[in-house]
Write a protein that binds this ligand. Sequence first.
Ligand SMILES: [Zn+2]
Length: 498
Amino acid sequence: MTNINILPIELPDGYEYMYESFNETNGSVKFHAGFRVNILSHEEALKWIDAFEESAHVKLKKPLGRASAIIINSSRFIFKGKWVCQHAHNFASGEPQANLHGRPKQKKCIDCPMHITLKILRQTYWTIKVHKEIQKFPHSVDLNFDHNHSYFSARSLSHNSVSEEAKESLSRLFRNGMGVRESYNAHRKAIVQIHKECKDAHSRCSIEAVLADASICPTERQVRYMFAKFTEEIFGAHNGTKMWEHIDTYVKEYNVRNSEQGGCIKYRPPVKSGNEFVIALSSPLMTRVRKMYNENAAMIFVDSTGSVDSHECVVTLFVIATNCGALPVGITIAGGKYSLTTVWPEITQLLCLFHILQAVWRYLFSIESGIGKENRQAIFQKSKLCVYGEECDAEIAKHNLLNMQEMSAPATTYFSQLWKVSKEWILYHRSKLDYCGHNTNNYCEIIVRTFKEGVMHRVRAVCLGQLLINLTQDHDGFFSNPLFDTSHWRCVLTWYYL
Ligand SMILES: [Zn+2]
């Protein structure tokens, strides 16, 4: 009786089988079978057991203790090995444990008795005499297929250990800057695509079975665990002294590696019991931009952004306007605020005219302004005249604004305060400056947007270590695009880089 599968499960293709025994335990898929296969070496036997896991939809593991040993080339066996179902062995003793919601915890070890033993006997006078056709079928299999659970169910498949292929594919997605949910979805999508094209061995199963199998498509919890391990390894600890130790090492390495090209990072860690720190960095690209566009660097656009990492750091981008669009000249990461004039006392600060008017408009809409909704527009129109008026007009406009009947007491205080820094936002004060008509901060706004999309991929960095890596490694690659586009005679998209 060879090559006719009498078992209710599939055996690996490409081998010849000779059955010795087959007993059905209770008319279900539970059975005991003994058969022999035309396998001669232990390497082939190990390949067969991998193929068996795939074809019979079971996940096996080595049993505990002495039984786990694989015997190769002993006096009696060329090869001997035993495997048990992944649900064998009950490690958890006592009562089943409950989770926080009172439901029993999902347990992987439920004492499943299923096991399989593979043997290749040495061919001696006696074995040849006792075992029929041992020369052709030397490899014997003793299979006890008596799971105490449904062996091909979503629940059982969810316990499968994550395969190396899945681990590799997911860590590739992590390296590309994806978060947990994103990489989980991308990995699933790729599996569905491969299954559709039927190029994979898994395509024998339905797509539902493939997606339920945690070895191919890990659960979100498994992905989260892998992500945490990955980030810890690559980006260092997520907080505390260890994080700063990692940053210190990274900064030192970076400075050594990039000093020739002009890359440099300097930082001040938080003092004891304080949370304020600042990191200033200039990548090789930024240093080159400052050098090559020396004249353009007279006017620097500055904007800060938050929500880029889990510590809520403030990332401030310093940008200049060039013929290739906006290019970055420096970046700071800060935990807390710092004043530009303290660092550079000789600079002239100008405010963005769009943002100043936006701030006024928002204030007028707020409850604390005490301005009725019917008066908001009139007051806003007057404050707009202050911003854009000529020298003589602006004074009149200010007088008109502050003496308006509709004005409330808090709004008067607000505008008086605003007037103290009027040199920064009234247009005619700029007439003597060589500022090339840049009245808004749009260059920087665009850079912040493209930075969040192109460098951060709209995902928060898990820790400061990752943020620093993104800003020093991915950043230069991304912002060299407009320079390449210009040098390749490709039109720089004005709406994109402005
Ligand atoms: Zn089992």
